[in-house]
Design a protein around this ligand. Structure first.
Ligand SMILES: O=c1nc[nH]c2c1ncn2[C@H]1C[C@H](O)[C@@H](COP(=O)(O)OP(=O)(O)OP(=O)(O)O)O1
Ligand SMILES: [Mg+2]
Length: 197
């Protein structure tokens, strides 16, 4: 089986990558699976693409193999697209999913426009070559409170367009058919297959 390293420590992302890439015959490894300590990557970029590039290139340079990275987040229209690239640390540096989603609900309290989208930027860094980028988005709205247990991050408050349930209430297979991450992966598939053969 072909193998791909994804430069993430987020187990929620890892589970989704594993499911989605297994259909393409690709086995996924994350930073949580490697036993050598990896360089720490500060997410200092101002765009999802810049942060994905930093994560992918740092680990690819270090390991000298192709590496995929994902930088993603939630854009809420009524909050001027916040939390955006700050999604993981919206309520503080300690990255608490529960506090982050509560902060979104608090800031949207009493606001009618609840339109939002998830964005996923993927960067594929290949030693000695130009990094390849793809982006996927998923439109939806923010629920009035938290619903459901599955998934991770902001899933309990995000209702995808055309649905009445949050991502955390839907089966993971259903989320993975329409999510920002699955759309970005579909765009990236050919590039990944090319470098893994
Ligand atoms: O499908 C999703 N469902 C729910 N929430 C999501 C999703 N996709 C991204 N998110 C949220 C989680 C985190 O608050 C931020 C990503 O931040 P981001 O820096 O890309 O990831 P991270 O720090 O958790 O892991 P890492 O940088 O090691 O890949 O957006
Ligand atoms: Mg991060």
């Amino acid at each position: 089986m072909k193998k791909l390293i994804v430069a993430t420590k987020n187990q929620g992302k890892v589970n989704e990558f594993r499911d989605m890439f297994s259909k393409y015959g690709i086995e996924t490894y994350s930073l949580n699976d490697l036993d050598t300590p990896m360089p720490d990557v500060e997410e200092t970029g101002t765009t999802f693409e810049e942060n994905a590039q930093l994560k992918a290139e740092t680990i690819a340079d270090f390991l000298q193999v192709p590496v995929l990275a994902d930088d993603s987040g939630l854009e809420v229209d009524a909050l001027n697209k916040r939390p955006g690239v700050f999604s993981a640390r919206f309520a503080g540096e300690e990255k608490d999913d529960q506090r982050n989603l509560e902060k979104v609900l608090d800031e949207l309290n009493g606001i009618e426009n609840r339109e939002a989208r998830f964005v996923c930027a993927l960067a594929l860094a290949i030693p000695g070559k130009e990094t390849i980028f793809e982006r996927g988005t998923c439109e939806g709205r923010i629920a009035t409170k938290s619903f459901g247990e599955s998934g991770f991050g902001y899933d309990p408050i995000f209702i995808p367009k055309g649905y009445e349930e949050t991502f955390a209430q839907l089966p993971s297979e259903e989320k993975n058919q329409m999510s920002h991450r699955s759309r970005a992966i579909q765009q990236m598939e050919t590039s990944i297959q090319d470098i893994l053969t």
